[in-house]
Design a binder for this molecule. Structure first.
Ligand code: RIB
Length: 300
C-alpha cells in the first residue's frame, strides 16, 4: 500500500570535522587534526541509515546549488534513498563544524543555510510523498513552522517520529502527534523546562508523556534507553562497544526505530534493535559512513 517505509523530512549538512585532544575554552586556540569533510545533517543521516538497513526511504530536504549539495545528493543516492523530494537552491548548503575528542564525543555548531529555507509551502508541495509513506520522521534543524505544517500534512494512518534536536520548547500540536518523541538527556531537560523536577530519567519519560506524545523514548548513551507509553516505562539495554566517534549515532537509532515501528514491532522490541544500530554506528568515524548493514547489526 505504501511506496516508502520511511519519509525523512529534515536537514542535510556538510560535516567539517576536526579531531581534538580537548576543546578550547573561550579565548583559547588549540591545534587539531587535518580537516575531513563528510555528508551529514540529522535528516540526511536518518535517511541513509534507514536505507542501508533495507528500508524504502525518501528524503524531503533542501541543499544549496554547490559542491556540498552534490556531495549530499551523491551520498543519498549511493545508499538507495529516493531524492525526488530534495530541493536545490535558495541558500548555500548547511554546514556543521564538528570537533571529536579522543573519547569519541563530539561538539557541533550548525549553520543552517538551505535547511532554514525548507518552508511550509515545500512541505505542502510534497503532499504525495506524505501519502506514500508509512512513517514520517523529522528533527529540528529546519524551521519550526515547517515541522508544524508537516504534522498537519500527515496521512491519517501514518506514524510520526520526532527527535527534537537541537531542542526547543514545542507546541502542543507537535507533541500530540509524536509516536514516539525521542530525546537524549539534554533534549529531555529543555523540552520539560521548569517541569523537570527530578534527576531520574524514568521520571522525565513520564513527565514528557504527560505533555501529549503517544509514546516517549529517552536515550541514555551506553546505558541504553527507556521507552514509555500508557502501559508504563521499560528499560532497553545497550550493546557494549568501543566508541570511535558518536557523531550521528542518535540519527541512526531514530531511523532504525522509526523503520521497525513501521514494520509493526512493539516499541521495546524496535528500540532494542535501534540500540544495536546506534552502537554499531559509534564504532566507525563520521556519520553516514559509519552506518551498518543488517548483517553488521546481526554480527554485533
Ligand atoms: O547528529 C549528527 C549531525 O548533527 C551531524 O551530521 C551534523 O550535520 C549535525 O546536523
Amino acid at each position: 500500500m505504501y511506496d516508502y517505509d520511511l519519509l525523512v523530512v529534515g536537514s542535510a549538512n556538510a560535516d567539517l570535522v576536526i579531531g581534538v585532544e580537548r576543546r578550547p575554552d573561550a579565548g583559547e586556540t588549540v591545534l587539531g587534526s587535518d580537516l575531513s569533510v563528510h555528508p551529514g545533517g540529522k535528516g540526511a543521516n536518518q535517511a541513509v541509515a534507514a536505507a542501508r538497513l533495507g528500508a524504502r526511504t525518501a528524503l524531503l530536504a533542501r541543499v544549496g546549488d554547490d559542491a556540498y549539495g552534490r556531495l549530499l545528493l551523491d551520498s543519498q543516492r549511493a545508499a538507495g534513498v529516493d531524492t525526488v523530494g530534495v530541493l536545490v537552491g535558495g541558500a548555500p548548503t548547511g554546514i556543521a563544524l564538528i570537533t571529536v575528542d579522543p573519547s569519541g564525543d563530539n561538539s557541533i555548531v550548525v549553520s543552517p543555510g538551505a535547511n532554514g529555507r525548507l518552508r511550509p509551502e515545500d512541505v505542502r508541495a510534497a503532499g504525495s510523498l506524505f501519502h506514500a509513506s508509512r512513517v514520517v520522521s523529522t528533527q529540528l534543524e529546519i524551521p519550526l513552522e515547517t515541522v508544524v505544517e508537516l504534522v498537519r500534512c500527515l496521512a491519517p494512518d501514518s506514524r510520526f517520529v520526532l527527535n527534537p534536536s537541537p531542542p526547543r520548547p514545542l507546541p502542543g500540536e507537535i507533541l500530540a502527534a509524536c509516536d514516539p518523541l525521542i530525546v537524549n538527556e539534554h533534549e529531555a531537560k529543555v523540552i520539560l523546562g521548569d517541569s523537570c523536577v527530578s534527576d531520574d530519567p524514568a521520571d522525565w519519560a513520564r513527565l514528557l508523556l504527560a505533555k501529549g506524545p503517544r509514546s516517549v523514548v529517552v536515550t541514555l548513551g551506553a546505558e541504553g534507553a527507556l521507552v514509555a507509553a500508557t502501559d508504563g516505562v521499560e528499560r532497553v539495554p545497550s550493546v557494549k562497544v568501543d566508541a570511535v566517534d558518536t557523531t550521528g549515532a542518535g540519527d541512526a537509532f531514530t531511523a532504525a526505530l522509526a523503520w521497525r515501528l513501521g514494520l509493526g514491532e512493539p516499541l521495546p522490541v524496535a528500540a532494542a534493535y535501534a540500540a544495536r544500530v546506534g552502537a554499531a554506528a559509534v564504532t566507525r568515524a563520521g556519520a553516514q559512513e559509519s552506518y551498518p548493514t543488517p548483517e553488521e547489526v546481526a554480527a554485533l
